[in-house]
Design a protein around this ligand. Structure first.
Ligand code: FNR
Length: 389
């Protein structure tokens, strides 16, 4: 982290990707096809929840401490018994081939280089096996869009387990894709062309069932195969909490529920024996008009923080945002859109620069705030200066 800072400060050696979080999206817009840009930058409805996600961060301010030696700082965290070098994880983001040809394999490779755990989406354009190979010895988790067909679910879990994915992240908020006005061709057309379904198409159980029904391989009937896959994964029917038992039966590692916003749902996760939750509203891409994600974090930590691991996402743009979320009780955060903007601008190296930039910002800002390690990020560092939005 320090290296990046020194190179810029003293030698004016700046990264290809802008380090100004406000300009990053603009730079990415210039680098992408409008459909791809709309897919990543777009949100549900009038984007009120996207706005609320950012506003929630502005309502908390850090109160720095002085006269503390902070030269040596430690960003490591422990999650589910494993030590990670970084408090940020790469969020699961689907269809990465539409942003850059480096796609999931490239991004997971650079995440491994900088010690950022990579969370692979079910809706990926590279398969579970390809990403495991590219990620090598890097830490990786698997995100499940939970199919209706239990055989397919079990097959995905088996493949993830066999390929070294340590934690299962089950996304609950996207059993149907929301209406995203800017995005009606950005995501859906690539999905329908099969680009977003390569991981699904690679699944032996899905293939077998498809063959039986259509007497063809998925690649020969891409439209039908896409419809089958989307129909199963984004079926329009939500699973119930009782069905978590099936996941527990077929996954012997930690299970984390993603998309939790209500403290009562966080309690349900505890009751059903889950190991963690991600407090997230999918970056404002699902229910528009929903509360800013950070708004709910303190209440949720209060309700279940001592019973399971609380992770946070939706709206993280800077290192200071990371420190705020950790100080409100999250044990780690997912970074989503910023890394994808980096990927679009400069391929895997661009994404790497964005993630390194955020880590460098966490490191530097912790030092300036008088914090030396992640445990030092706690409520005593924060004041709320505005009433709830
Ligand atoms: C997502 N997200 C997401 N989540 C998930 O569980 N599986 C997925 O496949 C995807 N795909 C996806 C695509 C794109 C383009 C975006 C922007 C987001 C949600 C993601 O994991 C995370 O919750 C959000 O990105 C957090 O919001 P911000 O901080 O990126 O605005």
């Amino acid at each position: 982290q320090n290296e990046l800072y020194r190179a810029g400060m003293f030698h004016h050696c700046l990264p290809v990707v802008t380090t100004d979080p406000r300009k990053l999206e603009e730079q990415a817009k210039g680098a992408m096809k409008p459909t791809a840009y709309n897919y990543v930058a777009g949100g549900a409805g009038e984007r009120a929840t996207m706005d609320a996600n950012r506003l929630a961060f502005r309502q908390w301010k850090l109160v720095p401490r002085m006269l503390r030696p902070t030269t040596h700082r430690d960003l490591t965290i422990k999650l589910f018994g494993e030590t990670y070098e970084s408090p940020i994880l790469m969020a699961p983001i689907g269809v990465q081939t539409i942003f850059h040809k480096d796609k999931e394999t490239g991004l997971s490779e650079v995440c491994s280089e900088i010690g950022v755990p990579y969370v692979l989406s079910t809706a990926s354009s590279s398969s579970i096996e390809e990403v495991a190979k590219a990620n090598g010895k890097g830490p990786r988790w698997y995100q499940l869009y939970w199919p209706q067909d239990d055989d397919v679910t079990i097959s995905l879990l088996k493949r993830a387990k066999a390929n070294g994915y340590k934690v299962l992240v089950v996304t609950l908020d996207t059993w149907a894709l929301a209406w995203r006005p800017a995005d009606l061709d950005g995501a859906y057309i690539p999905f329908m062309k099969g680009v977003g379904n390569r991981n699904g198409f690679a699944d032996p159980v899905f293939r077998e069932k498809f063959r039986k029904k259509f007497n063809a391989e998925p690649e020969e009937r891409v439209t039908e195969a896409s419809e089958e896959w989307i129909g199963d994964v984004f079926s329009g029917a939500a699973h119930s909490s009782d069905e978590i038992a099936l996941l527990k039966k077929h996954w012997d590692g930690p299970i984390v529920l993603k998309g939790i916003q209500h403290p009562e749902d966080a309690k349900l996760a505890v009751e059903h024996g889950c190991d963690g939750i991600v407090v997230s509203n999918h970056g404002g891409r699902q229910l528009d008009g929903a509360v800013g994600s950070l708004e709910m974090l303190p209440e949720i930590v209060e309700a279940v923080g001592d019973k399971l691991t609380v992770i946070f996402d939706s709206g993280i743009r800077t290192g200071v945002d990371v420190i705020k979320a950790l100080s409100l009780g999250a044990k780690a955060v997912f970074v989503g859109r910023p890394a994808i903007y980096g990927l679009a601008i400069g391929g895997k190296q661009g994404a790497k620069q964005v993630l390194q930039g955020i880590l460098a910002d966490v490191d530097q800002s912790m030092g300036l705030a008088g914090i030396v390690n992640i445990a030092g990020c706690n409520r005593s560092m924060l004041r709320r200066y505005a009433k709830r939005a």
